[in-house]
Write a protein that binds this ligand. Structure first.
Ligand code: DTR
Ligand code: CA
Ligand code: ZN
Ligand code: ZN
Length: 447
């Protein structure tokens, strides 16, 4: 680790300083002289345009799921033959299309459940973009809207990736969850059994649960701002107003990912809630009637689908996968700064200054630039750390009994790729030797 070479500065007395160290995450730190200009940013590559997802293909999957339910007691519920038959159908399509598929088994309510995971080879393994849907129905019906619609839209989007032989910057992973209707069991099992390192690699998770409701609304999850914006802009582009999904928190498979700090988003066309007159005015359909009158009922069949809603949401998902998967994250040089002065007590407790990072997807970069401006005589008194949102500390500067120069004005480069980008980052400064005082003047993070 190198620290900036101090400018010559006089003061005779020698000092002894002790650093009360903390266990620190390994951090590759290289000080960049304050005068260095940020390196030029690579030309941002634009996102590729997503293909249209053929509605007929999506509906063909629904017909297959309907047939499976009809042949298996009228449902595709967890623990029933219709669910495993649904898994086998979806997996066969993906295997034939070149995906690397795997089944994750779990037990719930005395029966074996299955998650189907499909990885599209290639892309950055440290930047995984996921899209998923629960494949199980309730036991009282075939579950074509809930959630054959989401499952078919995700499947057809994955098949479109294969048809295009897409080579996105991010690694694409698609998932079909088991036992959602029993309490989000399959998706929770998946997230809970992901090693921490694997969780940190997931840049975002997009959830589709009920996206073809017969009396549809157009709702966008209001979770990760970047994912939300992609969907809202796409819908605005086709002249369809959207509303924020307000009943979604904790109500579907994105919950486990959100609780793990992973950026999430998704689409929804409504369940048993009633469409208002205002909503009918902007979306069409029937005011005073539920978005899906067959929610969790035996009439949730292929007749219980609005084709326009299913088509739009399938196309919106493809657009999001292409945009978030192939486009670069916001161009390098995105800076988050705090210019508030923070006094540093002489030979006293550490102080912190916070910057809130928002709008990023995934993890921080391996070369996160930390610009520091601390005014302080005899800077050898100071210990400086960067604290990630989860509290992990990265040592930027140790104290030094010989560094008599004033002020710490420099830029450090930190490998923060193990950290989620979004959240409250803090600069922590402690003066560990008597005499000489100062303050944090400003600091900033540049991605
Ligand atoms: N719990 C889902 C249906 C559901 C209800 N509210 C929302 C909001 C967002 C997504 C899904 C839902 C189910 O029955 O599968
Ligand atoms: Ca389409
Ligand atoms: Zn349901
Ligand atoms: Zn559902």
């Amino acid at each position: 680790m190198t620290t900036p070479q101090p400018a010559a500065s006089g003061r005779g007395s020698r000092r002894t300083a002790t650093v009360t160290g903390l266990a620190l995450a390994a951090a590759l730190l290289t000080a960049v002289p304050a005068t260095s200009a940020p390196s030029g940013s690579a030309a941002a590559t634009g996102a590729l345009a997503a293909p249209d997802i053929p509605l007929a293909n999506v509906k063909a999957h629904l017909t297959q799921l309907q047939s499976i339910a009809t042949a298996n007691g009228g449902n595709r519920a967890h623990g029933r033959p219709g669910y495993k038959a649904s898994i086998d159908y979806v997996r066969a399509k993906l295997d034939a299309a070149g995906f690397t598929t795997s089944l994750q088994q779990f037990s719930s309510s005395g029966a074996t459940g299955y998650n189907l995971i499909a990885d599209w080879p290639g892309g950055d393994p440290n930047q995984v973009l996921m899209a998923g849907a629960h494949l199980d129905s309730v036991s009282s019906g075939p579950g074509i809207n809930d959630n054959g619609s989401g499952s078919a839209a995700v499947l057809e989007t994955a098949l479109a990736v294969s048809r295009a032989q897409l080579q996105p910057a991010k690694h694409l992973r698609f998932a079909w969850w088991g036992a959602e209707e029993l309490g989000l069991v399959g998706s929770k099992y998946y997230v809970n059994n992901l090693p921490t390192t694997e969780r940190a690699r997931i840049a975002g998770y997009i959830n589709l649960d009920m996206v073809g409701s017969p009396n549809p609304g157009y709702f966008v999850y209001d979770d990760d701002p970047a994912i939300e914006k992609v969907f809202k802009d796409w819908y605005a582009g086709i002249g369809v107003p959207t509303e924020i999904e307000t009943e979604g928190d904790g109500r579907s498979d994105h919950a486990a990912f959100k609780n793990a700090g992973i950026p999430v988003g998704g689409l929804f066309t409504g369940a048993s809630r009633t469409k208002t007159a205002a909503q009918a005015t902007k979306w069409g359909g029937t005011a005073g009637q539920a978005f899906d009158r067959c929610y969790h009922s035996s009439c949730d069949t292929t007749a219980n689908i609005n084709d326009t809603a299913l088509d739009r949401n399938s196309d919106a998902l493809a657009h999001a996968v292409w945009t978030l998967g192939t486009g670069t994250t916001p161009p390098p040089g995105t800076t988050f700064e705090n210019t508030a002065d923070v006094a540093i007590p002489d030979n006293g407790a550490a102080v912190t200054s916070t910057v809130q990072v928002t709008g990023r997807t995934g993890n921080a970069p391996a070369a996160l630039r930390v610009g520091v401006d601390i005014k302080h005589t005899w800077r050898g008194d100071l210990v400086v750390d960067l604290l990630a949102p989860d509290g992990t500390a990265y040592r930027l500067k140790n104290s030094s009994s010989s560094d008599s120069a004033d002020n710490v004005i420099t830029t450090y480069t930190v490998d923060a790729s193990a950290e989620q980008a979004n959240g409250d980052w803090r600069l922590r400064v402690q003066d560990v030797a008597a005499q000489d005082t100062g303050y944090i003047d400003s600091w900033k993070l540049t991605f």
